[in-house]
Design a protein around this ligand. Structure first.
Ligand SMILES: NC(=O)c1ccc[n+]([C@@H]2O[C@H](COP(=O)([O-])OP(=O)(O)OC[C@H]3O[C@@H](n4cnc5c(N)ncnc54)[C@H](O)[C@@H]3O)[C@@H](O)[C@H]2O)c1
Length: 333
């Protein structure tokens, strides 16, 4: 494939990780060159297929300064972070260091040379929902250190943008899931905490059971409800956001979800049906920091980005996650 926008380098922190690598594929297919910055703490060298890998931390100012001079990027997509909510409750300083302080260092590097900046934020910045679906103006009152560490970055970025003219888009993802339909990449976290990969791993027999945390929430079946968006849709939304930002349109915060939720028990049942595996399900207490329901109001993404999810029906999500897990289990990535 020929890159039509040859020399249009985009720095992608965390591009060896799950969402970052899918976005690198989408960037490459659009003719950009994704330059991945990743220290591989949870990412994988095999996931970097569409541009160079620069190994190191995005919080290392000299390293980033040198890369900006070398690649002259048209934008920075900042995915890299520590992402485990439960771990953040036990080890908050790790999250403030990696997510907040390291991003502070990154923003200081670009303050004299403003580069359009797209930040991977999260619905965890909202905290406990005050209404069934969350729009971008919903109160941001995170209930775990992961969400707080991300909200601090949002605030820093907005303040820095005002004075240093850094154009930005803050994208607040809901639950990323599924895998590349060609099975070139997929979700592969060293310690998996996300429901869909855990469920398909249980279906494959890689786990003895699946644990459902909390069955006494105020939801129809008592389990948590989340908004699941396919990672390929997320990746494509980044292309739309990038084009919009490069077109010098205003800085914005935008939810990325589908506007509909599924419960943990609904997903468990559908995974059993699709995979034909009747794996064991165990029931445990609620986890600290888990709200009952998180569903996006996705209308701003539709209005500003013309973003319409095409891959996010639950059957496709589970089928692509299942195909990827099967491929990973055969170790033929
Ligand atoms: N996965 C989700 O459902 C979800 C939901 C909301 C928001 N997000 C956000 O999306 C982003 C990507 O999430 P993901 O699921 O792809 O996570 P991931 O763990 O797969 O990817 C993160 C990547 O960042 C790298 N990294 C971490 N710290 C680094 C550092 N200091 N320097 C360089 N590289 C570093 C890791 O090695 C990894 O490759 C994160 O910012 C996360 O907070 C994810």
């Amino acid at each position: 494939m020929i890159n039509q926008r040859f020399n249009q380098n985009v720095l992608v922190t965390g591009g060896a990780g799950y969402i970052g690598s899918h976005t690198c594929k989408a960037l490459f297919e659009e003719g950009y060159t994704p330059v991945v910055i990743d220290n591989l703490v949870t990412g994988h060298e095999w996931a970097v297929k569409w541009g160079p890998l620069e190994k190191g931390s995005f919080g290392d100012s000299q390293f980033i300064t040198d890369l900006i001079a070398r690649y002259n990027p048209i934008a920075i997509l900042h995915f890299a972070a520590s992402i485990d909510v439960a771990e953040s409750v036990k080890d908050p300083f790790k999250y403030y260091q990696n997510n907040t302080i390291n991003t502070f260092e990154l923003l200081k590097v670009i303050k004299t040379n403003p580069i359009p900046f797209i930040f991977s934020s999260t619905c965890a910045t909202y905290g406990t929902p005050l209404q069934p679906t969350l729009d971008e103006n919903h109160l941001q009152n995170p209930i775990n250190p992961y969400g707080s560490s991300k909200l601090m970055v949002e605030k820093m970025l907005i303040d820095a943008s005002r004075i240093f003219n850094i154009p930005y888009t803050i994208l607040r993802y809901f639950n990323a899931c599924g895998a590349d339909s060609a099975c070139e990449i997929g979700e592969s976290h060293p310690i998996e905490t996300h429901l869909i990969p855990l469920t398909v791993q249980a279906a494959l027999g890689q786990r003895t059971s699946l644990t459902v945390f909390g069955t006494d929430y105020e939801t129809p079946d008592g389990s948590c409800i989340r908004d699941y968006i396919h990672v390929t849709d997320l990746a494509n939304a980044h292309i739309l956001a990038l084009k919009r930002l490069l077109n010098q349109q205003s800085s914005e915060c935008i939810n990325l979800g589908i506007g509909h939720g599924y419960s943990v028990l609904e997903i468990t049942e559908l995974v059993k049906k699709i995979t034909g595996s009747d794996f064991k399900v165990e029931y445990a207490d609620r986890r600290a920091g888990d709200p009952a329901i998180l569903i996006a109001n996705a209308s701003k993404a539709l209005k500003l980005l013309r973003f319409m999810p095409k891959h996010s029906n639950l059957t496709n999500i589970i089928q692509t996650a299942w195909s990827w897990q099967l491929k990973e289990s055969l170790a033929c990535k």
